[in-house]
Design a binder for this molecule. Sequence first.
Ligand code: SAM
Length: 246
Amino acid sequence: MGFISDLKILYHMVCAKNNGVNHEQRLENFYSSQMDHYDDFRRRLLHGREQMMGLLPFSKGANLIDMGGGTGHNIEALAPRLNILNSVVIVDLCNSLLNIAKKRIENKKWGNVSTAHADATQFKPEFQKADAITFSYSLTMIPNWFEAINHAYSLLKPGGIIGVVDFYVSRKWVSKNNTKHSALTRAFWPNWFAYDNVFLSQDHLPYLQSKFQALNLIEKKGFVPYMFGLKAPYYIFIGQKPLESD
Ligand SMILES: C[S@@+](CC[C@H](N)C(=O)[O-])C[C@H]1O[C@@H](n2cnc3c(N)ncnc32)[C@H](O)[C@@H]1O
């Protein structure tokens, strides 16, 4: 960690090629040049990840899928409870980040954690149904985010848990239990993040709330490094697939 490595990351976030013929190639072009400093910088940008993982209710023998799990950083937050889980699969479309996850699994000797190079909208696990599925700052990078949520819903067993933490903006009009953001916030952050193919949406949270029964909802703002003290809005949503669903 240091100013020079921050400068490198900022340079890549601003100047790196993040285009390509398809989504996978765009991710690879964006991340391959910054993967060495990814975890350190994102630790200060991606707020609430440990809190989201800590809020997941698990029972012994559960199977967890971390969609868009990248370097596997979030599994560290699970570590105290990791040994009660049957399996954890880190799914990601970007091989550069998955290679870091593979090294982490090897170094930490996590026998029940594996990686899968796949699209979150299509991934098929080896087990029948998942007990929990997480999306940590990945929904905003998945173009077909509604398909990703629908797919996660179909992979979860009845009563299964979804955990999401991500940037977002509110709708102009929100229900009384939700946070409302100012017009400036709603205009500024989606434009600022879109430069790096991160698409903040006012629809992610309402869609999650429409499909899952909310167990926890936390709406907050977190500092963005080198943005002069500005804070971007993020949420943590823990939801349950209805027990009577199939
Ligand atoms: C901002 S990173 C977050 C990584 C990790 N979850 C974390 O919290 O550090 C977003 C991740 O989503 C992955 N991703 C984007 N679109 C994806 C897709 N369609 N299927 C699988 N992974 C995807 C990216 O490759 C990247 O690893």
